[in-house]
Design a protein around this ligand. Sequence first.
Ligand code: SAM
Length: 294
Amino acid sequence: MRTPIRVTKMDAGKTAGGSTRKKRNGPKTAPTLPLQHRPRKRFGQNFLHDQNVIARIIDTISPQSEDHLLEIGPGQGALTRYLIDSCKTLDSVELDRDLVAQLQQTFADKKHFKVYQQDILKFDINQLTDNPKTLRVIGNLPYNISTPVLFHLLKHHQLIKDMTFMLQLEVVNRLSAGVGDKNYGRLGLMVQYFCQVEHLFNVPSAAFTPQPKVSSAIVRLTPHQTLPLLARDVNCLKIVIRTAFTQRRKTLKNSLRSLISEQQLDELDLDIKLRPENLSLADYVKISDSISDQ
Ligand code: SAM
């Protein structure tokens, strides 16, 4: 059964928040963090304050009473305080010691809540669970490390049920880009290999304190139940895609010259005059398998 959360659904629309929307009040009982905190740029701290946006994110996540959540960078608890009573376990990883102390104090009575003072890039997700497709990962991510965070999480894709992130809009466009799109490239291809990608809605900069200089969006990544395309060697696939897009204006034949011969490419029935952005993920898997079979 769905656990009731004390925020209501927002109107449908592509953009959440914004000055024209009526402000929604959070639950009266939601714990607030006690101390003033000066945002640290080096930790990518842009704290969410817009209650409409927060409500829409919580609705999107739709936490359930049996859920095991992992929040990356809970910060001042803008999302945490609405998630905490609607799940079974809430683990979180926060780098900033001051915020960790505040979070521990604020949520001291919540025994199912744990905050690890650690860098998420060094955090071993295996310590949280052994059960496949268990973790629901959430985060308004620090934009300066969002791509490495995604690659770090993908290493554990078997443990993850879904991931809902606030990211730079430009990154979300890259994640969801299809063949031929100007944003199509290494990041989107590798994430799409492991996950279904949904660009859910955009978030205005005014929703944060301080306001980021870039636009933001919410994306959901759902690891495939079984991978629809299976490369024989995923590291080889990574290398092929990286090499192709390092020289994205070149034709396939030229950009992959160091990895595969023209004759071998011909045998794959691909148009070798195509550019990297014209090849599908299935094409890249085909090339990668041909190389790893050698
Ligand atoms: N979730 C809060 C919110 O929505 O207001 C804060 C989001 S803020 C954009 C990013 C958070 O990630 C900050 O609290 C920051 O300290 C934390 N953070 C930055 N780098 C981190 C890292 N390497 N590992 C874990 N947390 C990190």
